[in-house]
Design a protein around this ligand. Structure first.
Ligand code: ATP
Ligand code: ZN
Length: 395
């Protein structure tokens, strides 16, 4: 594979290396791998095919734009660690991915899309019972939300400017007999799996695949006063975030499942319950024996919004992540988060408290596939090595 090396005009500080590297995936379709190398003063890109000077120049210009936008004037956010159980002894050290594939427990349908077999499903079901126990401790009302979400909803909460890169659009053929007949007779996929259908056969995009669960609750409460001034709800749902060349194994999926416990009400109500959720999860994760820590974090905003939003989220401690240990690569993976959105959704959606002021919102959100993956990475696939309280789920 042809590789090019670029020199960023600004050195990328260590704390931004991961974030910049992730965003390089969206710079140009010809990039198949991106790495920030050296001490942040070199960018290595692997391209699909040999590039002429003009192409390199074009890519270089876009890379510099990403780097400048994310690095210029940025400062290292103070990371606050709220819990640290990374040293818990765990019995396994290998990457479970290959063994799961070999056992037929994972079937990769496409990039970032996996079907899961019974072992992984049982581990997920176990975590689900624990999350439902958490939700039950708050007497959270159970909801079911659609997988699709209207574009107009997403517009109302500024999602398009914050996370444009990860959106997934849903469409259908135009209601036109000729278009449908033509499709029925000629639709075929090329060697890359892409349909040969022309874009004007599709209707305009009014719908997306939902990127998070809690938005659906906020939309159901929009333009009115909250019943009893507060709401606690829970739901599990399919979520979609297109993560380009960053999509790998169960760690980073295009289509994944999230369980959320959601709080809507006055500021103190949301903050107190977010804190309570964290403390109750600490008990549950302690019983399981998972090695993890919880630290302040930020959402993966796109480059234009990145610097401003990250500074804002850090300053107000809006997001804490549960980062589970992945012993096989001595790194960690975010398996869940405790979020506080202040009154952002309350204002955008005109969701009000009894006194007419905008409601505050927060959620505890858990990625089911990532939970299972981190568990299997720490405890392996043999139930004999699992915590005794979990051995019954798979025998
Ligand atoms: P928001 O604050 O926008 O509602 P959220 O808190 O609901 O976001 P995140 O914190 O972004 O959502 O994600 C929650 C969890 O979902 C993550 O901790 C992770 O476990 C899982 N997750 C997120 N993105 C992916 C992905 N691409 N693949 C697999 N799991 C993911
Ligand atoms: Zn949420």
């Amino acid at each position: 594979m042809p590789e090019i090396e670029l020199t960023p005009t600004l050195t990328i500080p260590e704390h931004l290396v991961g974030e910049v590297q992730t965003k390089l995936a969206y710079v140009d379709e010809r990039i198949i791998q991106a790495e920030v190398a050296g001490s942040g003063d070199m960018i290595k890109l692997q391209l699909f095919q040999e590039a002429d000077d003009e192409t390199v120049h074009e890519i270089d210009e876009k890379v510099q734009r990403v780097v400048t936008s994310m690095v210029k004037g940025s400062f290292k956010p103070k990371v606050q660690v709220l819990e640290d159980f990374q040293d818990r002894p765990v019995p396994y050290r290998l990457d479970p991915h290959d063994e799961l594939l070999a056992r037929g427990e994972l079937n990769q349908e496409a990039t970032g899309i996996f079907a899961l077999g019974p072992l992984v499903t049982n581990v997920i079901e176990y975590f689900e019972t624990r999350f439902l126990e958490l939700a039950g401790s708050f007497e959270a009302a159970q909801h079911r939300f659609p997988t699709l979400i209207p574009a107009s909803y997403m517009e109302r909460v500024n999602y398009f400017s914050a996370f444009p890169h990860s959106l997934t659009f849903a469409t259908h053929l135009r209601e036109d007999l000729d278009v449908i007949d033509h499709f029925a007779q000629h639709a075929a996929c090329n060697e890359h799996g892409a349909l040969n259908t022309s874009r004007d056969s599709f209707a305009s995009t009014q719908t997306l695949l939902s990127p998070a669960v809690c938005y659906h609750l906020y939309f159901s409460l929009a333009d009115r006063s909250l019943p009893k001034g507060q709401v606690i709800a829970t739901a599990v749902g399919n979520c979609f975030r297109y993560e380009a060349i960053n999509l790998t194994s169960l760690e980073r999926l295009w289509n994944f499942t999230m369980r959320e416990v959601i709080f809507v009400g006055p500021k103190e109500f949301v903050l107190d319950n977010r804190e309570l959720a964290r403390q109750r999860m600490r008990e549950i994760l302690g019983e399981i024996g998972l090695a993890y820590h919880v630290e302040s974090a930020n959402d993966p905003f796109f480059i234009g919004e990145f610097r401003k939003q990250v500074a804002f989220q850090s300053a107000f401690q809006l997001k804490y992540e549960i980062r589970a240990r992945l012993p096989f690569k001595e790194s960690t993976l975010a398996v869940g988060s405790y979020n506080y959105h202040q009154d952002f959704f309350g204002r955008q959606l005109n969701m009000t408290l009894e006194d007419g002021s905008p409601a505050h919102t927060g959620c505890a959100a858990f990625g089911l596939e990532r939970m299972a993956f981190a568990f299997l990475a720490q405890f392996g696939l043999d139930p004999q090595n699992w915590p005794p309280s979990m051995q019954h789920i798979w025998s």
